[in-house]
Design a protein around this ligand. Structure first.
Ligand SMILES: [Zn+2]
Length: 171
């Protein structure tokens, strides 16, 4: 995305400059979702089993491990691919290592620099959101996207949120 933000085309993404992105509006529903993630309140299979639901716990994304919050957002092979693609696109984006709560606690809170912290802030929100949408689409709609498509959707979210921030001209 920094290639895009530096003014180079990035696979069809709108062409704008990092210096112009100093504000993003992350939709309220996604902020609320991140709050639920941070407080371990989303309905991953391990959380549903704690409510005495009898479910087989297997991750829909990789089919290799049990689904927990940390697995689905950090350790899952499929989602690591998504994070890696975004890290390559965004340059300085930190890839979560161990714990999603640690990641969220380190998210930028003071986005006043040249735009990089806003991009990082937006991508961290959008990638978690898109991973969760992909997980739900696989379970409930039997629709499966490739990691590169999920990563691209996350980047497009950030572009849309930049436009919503009134800073970036969509044209
Ligand atoms: Zn997995």
């Amino acid at each position: 995305m920094y290639r895009c933000l530096r003014g180079e085309a990035y696979k069809g993404l709108p062409n704008f400059h990092v210096g112009s992105v100093w504000r993003l509006i992350v939709p309220t529903k996604i902020c609320s979702f991140i709050w639920l993630v941070a407080h371990k309140r989303i309905f991953t299979i391990d959380n549903l089993k704690k409510r005495s639901l009898s479910l087989a716990n297997i991750c829909e994304m990789c089919s290799e491990d049990e689904e927990t919050i940390n697995h689905i957002f950090i350790h899952c092979k499929f989602n690591k691919d998504v994070w890696d693609r975004l890290r390559r696109a965004c340059g300085s984006l930190e890839t979560p290592v161990r714990d999603i709560f640690e990641v969220i606690s380190r998210w930028p809170t003071n986005c006043t620099d040249d735009g990089k912290s806003w991009i990082r802030y937006g991508v961290l929100h959008s990638v978690c959101w898109q991973i969760w949408l992909e997980r739900n689409n696989r379970i409930f709609r039997e629709v499966r996207l490739q990691a590169k498509v999920v990563a691209r959707k996350a980047l497009m979210d950030v572009v849309e949120w930049s436009v919503a921030g009134g800073i970036v001209d969509k044209s």
